[in-house]
Design a protein around this ligand. Sequence first.
Ligand SMILES: Nc1nc2c(ncn2[C@@H]2O[C@H](COP(=O)(O)OP(=O)(O)OP(=O)(O)O)[C@@H](O)[C@H]2O)c(=O)[nH]1
Ligand SMILES: [Mg+2]
Length: 268
Amino acid sequence: MDSGKLHISVPVSRNRVISKLPKWYTPESCLQFKEDFHGKVKGACQNRHTRSGGLNISKVVVVGDLYVGKTCLINRFCKDVFDRDYKATIGVDFEIERFEIAGVPHTLQIWDTAGQEKFKCIASAYYRGAQVIVTVFDLADIKTLEHTRQWLQDALKENENTSPNIFLVGTKRDLLSPAECERTENDAIRIASEMQAEYWSVSAKTGQNVQEFFFRMAALAFEESMLRELENSSLSTARIGEANVIRIDENAEAPQSKRTAEPGLGCC
Ligand SMILES: Nc1nc2c(ncn2[C@@H]2O[C@H](COP(=O)(O)OP(=O)(O)OP(=O)(O)O)[C@@H](O)[C@H]2O)c(=O)[nH]1
Ligand SMILES: [Mg+2]
């Protein structure tokens, strides 16, 4: 063991293993048509060369109007549950999801923010450092789609020097007929292309497209993070541990699962 480092071997659950780059939702809604990971990333994964020693984390921030279904979407993926009763998110919550992608461990830190206006300034304090921004709207409530531009603008303001991956996600697909869904999707895809976002329609209630969306997002975030790391470490590379090994700095603050920020601090 390296001095000052603690090695923890925790297996990634079998349903979080991604071996190939997952496909887009539809070709019209997609920005990246490649069928496989970038050649440099595949090479690095095969040789298991990264600098991070396997502690590879992407921060995902989920934003959108109140009641659009952000929390339900995250809970469907992370816990495979659906709650029909509305419980507003107070400030922010977060979930940690660990994956093995192309044989390399990768973690998503998923920040679920409150849509209610009174919590906006608490939530926006957590936008900084996002590698992925997920802008969510309700397919059955068209004005929530119009508001996504503002949500994205606010999230990007806190990430000016980076280029986060952007997704636009329409929820509650189960509430719409196929014809209604198609009409709203056409509008959403137009807005997504203005935002330079990839578009997905999902239902947290039925689970439709939820895993597919999170796998695609995790894989693209992983690829970006690997490319960034390869660029930064072209001279000094270190061999990472075997897959499923996470190396944690003892001095680093350990992330806790599901933490709720205290409301009432600061400006709101
Ligand atoms: N039919 C249906 N209802 C959904 C779906 N997703 C969420 N809902 C319902 O929509 C309501 C709001 O869901 P939440 O996930 O709490 O909404 P939110 O965006 O997190 O809201 P805030 O935390 O206030 O920002 C709840 O009553 C859910 O049961 C879905 O896919 N289908
Ligand atoms: Mg919520």
